[in-house]
Ligand binder design. Structure first.
Ligand SMILES: [Ca+2]
Ligand SMILES: [Ca+2]
Length: 206
């Protein structure tokens, strides 16, 4: 009887790659080890768990069950093959503080956010238009703008960068507090409760 196993594998692989090309390869990747690079380290983890069929939801067989269906097989291998020796793009920045659309922000806020995965540095964009200007590239995940005006909407964006390229962030905005007439008992516009809350939020995340 003719052994057609190799050709069956080939057909399966082609089918998986075609099936995944338009959808799942862009949603999942083969970086099992989490170092933003798809290489033999990921293949090693895959081989250790090869053909295991009872991967649990807690760890999905050390991450080798990439599509998280319980089995480690050629479907998971296809995700590695599809990104072989590629540096993965950073994840998108999230959790902006002040929150997107927040009003009554002080004139001295500290902007902070949660960095996307595999981000080495980030470009900070900030300004009063929906196409904010590039302020600069930095490694830390906060930025303190200066000389803000009252009752003004500011827009900002964080683009994550690494050796694989740039992931453009979402456009966020906030509006500064309105100046109110006062007679010597003026509110302190430099006290930014949003930033206090943000700092605590991001500190808890670390
Ligand atoms: Ca890897
Ligand atoms: Ca799987």
């Amino acid at each position: 009887m003719k052994n057609n196993f190799p050709s069956a594998i080939l057909v399966s692989l082609i089918a998986v790659i075609i099936l995944c090309f338009s959808t799942c390869l862009f949603a999942l990747n083969g970086d099992i080890s989490g170092d933003a690079f798809v290489d033999f380290n990921d293949m090693e983890i895959l081989s250790i768990n090869w053909l295991v069929s009872n991967c649990s939801e807690s760890e999905w067989c050390d991450g080798a069950d990439i599509d998280q269906n319980g089995d480690v097989n050629f479907v998971d291998f296809a995700f590695i093959a599809g990104k072989w020796e590629q540096v993965l793009l950073p994840g998108q920045a999230s959790d902006p503080c002040p929150g997107d659309g927040v009003t009554n922000v002080s004139l001295t806020p500290t902007l902070s956010w949660t960095a996307g995965s595999n981000t080495d540095s980030r470009d900070v964009y900030f300004g009063t238009t929906t196409n904010p200007e590039l302020i600069g590239n930095q490694t830390n995940a906060n930025y303190v703008p200066v000389a803000l005006s009252a009752n003004t909407t500011y827009y900002w964006r964080i683009d994550g960068k690494n050796a694989g390229g740039t992931t453009i962030g979402a456009l966020w905005s906030f509006r500064t507090v309105s100046r109110v007439p006062c007679d010597g008992n003026c509110p302190d516009l430099t006290v930014d409760l949003n930033s206090v809350v943000c700092a605590q939020f991001h500190r808890l995340q670390r």
